[in-house]
Design a protein around this ligand. Structure first.
Ligand code: ADP
Ligand code: MG
Length: 255
């Protein structure tokens, strides 16, 4: 799977909202195949970073690329095609659709047939639908949701909805997966399961950018930790070294 490992490079990203600078020349590199955690106090700019590199916000300045493909200026669906998928801090599923259909929506983003084929329901299209369904079932098994395939997403317990969101993002076939606070609201046992899932995703060769507050989870899975404070990168290193960094300690427990 080595050849699909993706490198994300963000160079001096600045994002302003009117007079507020949410990101100030933030640079970050997610190395191919690594689990990279992005941490920082509330309001530090973590979600802004994710929203920018996934095409939901436009940067005021700066550049970012996935395996050398410039992404700045692209819209979110174009960035998804290049190989970057994400989950949201607040789960955004299609509640009325079944669990399986939610994952199939993720696949549909990469189906190749056009409008004419959709109207005529060509054999090629039906074959793609069948493949899509089979692949979606496989992904549900990967995240442990195969027993819930035909339930409406909104009836899933919260922890399983978060898993479904990850499955749907994986359905888009990313080389880089962005997870925005995936452990928020989970029980201790669910966080352990999330840790195992992140390892399995990394094991597929998919690079992971993980926004997270949960320190034990970060220490357990991250290869690299980047720390944002007031929109600026104040540290980027191994978890152990970042934990001992005086600037990081000050940002969290500052005087
Ligand atoms: P974090 O995810 O680290 O908690 P955010 O990226 O959500 O931080 O927010 C960083 C700063 O940018 C905050 O001051 C926040 O209020 C502001 N911000 C984020 N998104 C917007 C937006 N769409 N419009 C205006 N201000 C925003
Ligand atoms: Mg946030």
């Amino acid at each position: 799977a080595g050849e699909q490992r993706a490198e994300l490079v963000a160079r001096a990203l600045t994002v302003r909202f009117g007079g507020l600078t949410a990101l100030a020349e933030a640079s970050l590199r997610v190395k191919p195949g690594e689990v990279h955690a992005l941490i920082g106090p509330n309001g530090a700019g973590k979600s802004t970073f994710v929203n920018t590199i996934s095409g939901f916000y436009q940067p005021t300045e700066g550049a970012f690329e996935l395996d050398g493909v410039q992404l700045a200026g692209m819209r979110s669906h174009e960035i998804a095609r290049v190989g970057l998928a994400r989950t949201f801090q607040n789960t955004e599923l299609f509640g009325e659709l079944s669990v399986l259909e939610n994952v199939m929506v993720g696949y549909q983003q990469r189906l190749t047939y056009g409008v004419a084929a959709a109207v005529l329901r060509s054999p090629a299209m039906r074959r793609q639908e069948r493949d899509c369904r089979r692949a979606a079932i496989g992904l549900l098994a990967f995240v442990g949701l195969e027993d819930y395939a035909h339930e409406a997403a909104r009836f899933l317990p919260f922890g399983l909805q978060r898993r479904l969101e990850i499955a749907r993002a994986l359905a888009a076939g990313p080389r880089l997966l962005l997870l925005d606070e995936p452990a928020a609201g989970l029980t201790t046992q669910e966080i352990d399961e999330l840790e195992a899932m992140i390892r399995r995703i990394a094991g597929l060769g998919i690079s992971v950018l993980l926004i997270e507050h949960h320190v034990e989870l970060i220490m357990a899975v991250a290869d690299t930790v980047t720390v944002l404070d007031y929109g600026q990168v104040i540290a980027s290193d191994t978890p152990a070294r970042v934990q001992d960094d005086p600037r990081v300690i000050e940002a969290y427990f500052g005087t």
